[in-house]
Design a binder for this molecule. Structure first.
Ligand code: CU
Length: 204
């Protein structure tokens, strides 16, 4: 009885081992033939997904208006967008991908009539005040009448909205105005604010 029991156990063990070998061998063999097909399908699927996403982004930007060359576009809903088609973040670091993008140097003819046009010199900003509506897509152009100046807002909620101009240059930025209030702007070049290069944007 003990011997037959031992044999039964041995046979069961052999059967289990055989079963494991038989089950694992097709698994090892099948993937070799299947993996190229599967990975081929996987390669195609993300590709299609990316194309769809890119088409979606392109659609968003196609519907958007480029108010000034090389600055951030504005959607048909009036939202200023990044190059990826999402609303810009006025609290982002200036020049970061999330921030409204300042334009390249512009000719006067490239600035729309609707833009707020500021000139800055050692004597200050002209005009030194302007008014916009809350949420409005504002295109602001800054022209240097003499040397280098850097337009910035005091409020960190608008720290992304910055424009740097070399002597005689005009650049612009398009951004969504914040909530109602008065927002001080100034020139960030050391010493310039102190000599009077400041102003106020009224939002109401
Ligand atoms: Cu300045």
């Amino acid at each position: 009885m003990k011997k037959s029991t031992t044999w039964i156990i041995v046979i069961i063990i052999i059967l289990v081992v055989l079963a494991i070998i038989l089950l694992s061998t097709p698994k090892a063999g099948a993937p070799e033939g299947t993996i190229p097909e599967a990975s081929g399908e996987e390669t195609v699927m993300p590709g299609e997904g990316e194309e769809k996403e890119m088409e979606g982004e392109a659609d968003v930007l196609q519907g958007a208006e480029q108010v000034v060359p090389d600055a951030s576009p504005v959607s048909d809903k009036g939202e200023v967008l990044t190059s990826e088609g999402v609303p810009v973040d006025n609290t982002a670091l200036p020049g970061s991908p999330e921030a409204p993008k300042q334009s390249r140097a512009l000719d006067e003819t490239e600035i729309p009539a609707s833009a707020v046009k500021l000139t800055v010199t050692a004597n200050g900003f002209s005009p030194s005040e302007f008014t916009v509506k809350p949420g409005q897509a504002v295109t602001l152009s800054v022209t240097s009448g003499d040397k280098t100046h850097v337009f910035k807002f005091d409020d960190n909620a608008l720290q992304a909205v910055a424009v740097g101009v070399a002597g005689g240059e005009t650049r612009a930025i398009t951004f969504n105005a914040p909530t109602a209030g008065d927002y001080t702007f100034y020139c960030d070049v050391p010493g310039h604010r102190g000599r009077g290069e400041t102003g106020v944007m009224h939002v109401k």
